[in-house]
Write a protein that binds this ligand. Structure first.
Ligand SMILES: CC(C)(COP(=O)(O)OP(=O)(O)OC[C@H]1O[C@@H](n2cnc3c(N)ncnc32)[C@H](O)[C@@H]1OP(=O)(O)O)[C@@H](O)C(=O)NCCC(=O)NCCS
Length: 177
């Protein structure tokens, strides 16, 4: 996919980040509550969002599909849905996060569902998977709600910077038909 397509849902617009989003993203991306079960250590973007977004070059990430979630009514970016570890255009890992202020309103589910559909529409990817820390109840609720299938629990896995038990969920291209 050359350019990330924009996706419109009832309440949201999913699109690439712009340097002008920096302040809105800085409101939530460093919030420690979002990292409780995130697995990976914070990246430069997450530690210093204003510096990161000041440089256009940092926004030209080519090996992930990284949609930022723009709230149409409030006119600001409130979260992110990312597909990374894209292997041979065949499979990818999914992650998502939403500002704590906007949790509990179905925004994450609305965004993730639309992004999954878009991946199957615009790429050849056949398998989307996500590892969910067994303690991350909100994330597991979300992923079940949008139709991902439970495949098993991987015990004491080291996933990025975390060792925990992880539930593996997937959504195949055929699940999308
Ligand atoms: C995981 C995460 C994105 C889930 O966010 P969320 O807001 O709970 O998820 P949803 O969008 O599915 O919203 C569900 C809630 O909205 C409620 N809701 C309210 N209005 C709704 C609507 N119109 N449509 C759907 N749900 C609605 C649901 O009842 C549900 O509430 P409940 O959890 O009290 O039952 C969020 O907790 C997060 O960002 N966590 C930190 C990062 C993280 O761990 N990411 C996952 C890594 S695997």
């Amino acid at each position: 996919m050359k350019k990330l397509p924009e996706i419109t849902t009832e309440r949201l617009l999913l699109r690439a980040a712009k340097t002008s989003d920096a302040e809105a993203i800085a409101e939530w991306i460093s919030d420690r509550k979002l990292y409780e079960f995130w697995s990976a250590k914070p990246l430069p973007l997450e530690l210093n969002p204003l510096d990161f977004f000041a440089d256009e070059n940092n926004l030209r990430e080519i090996d992930t599909l990284d949609w930022f979630i723009y709230h149409k009514a409030d006119k600001k970016v409130i979260g992110e849905v990312e597909f990374f570890d894209i292997e041979d255009d065949y499979q990818t890992e999914l992650s998502y996060r939403i500002s704590t202020k906007y949790q509990g309103s179905g925004y994450a589910a609305e965004a993730v569902k639309a992004a999954v559909k878009a991946v199957y529409k615009h790429t050849k990817i056949n398998r989307i998977q996500t590892h969910i820390d067994v303690r991350n109840i909100k994330s597991e609720n979300l992923i079940k709600k949008i139709g991902f299938r439970y495949e098993g629990t991987i015990r004491q896995l080291k996933f990025y910077d975390t060792i925990s038990d992880f539930r593996l969920y997937s959504f195949l291209r055929t699940d999308n038909d």
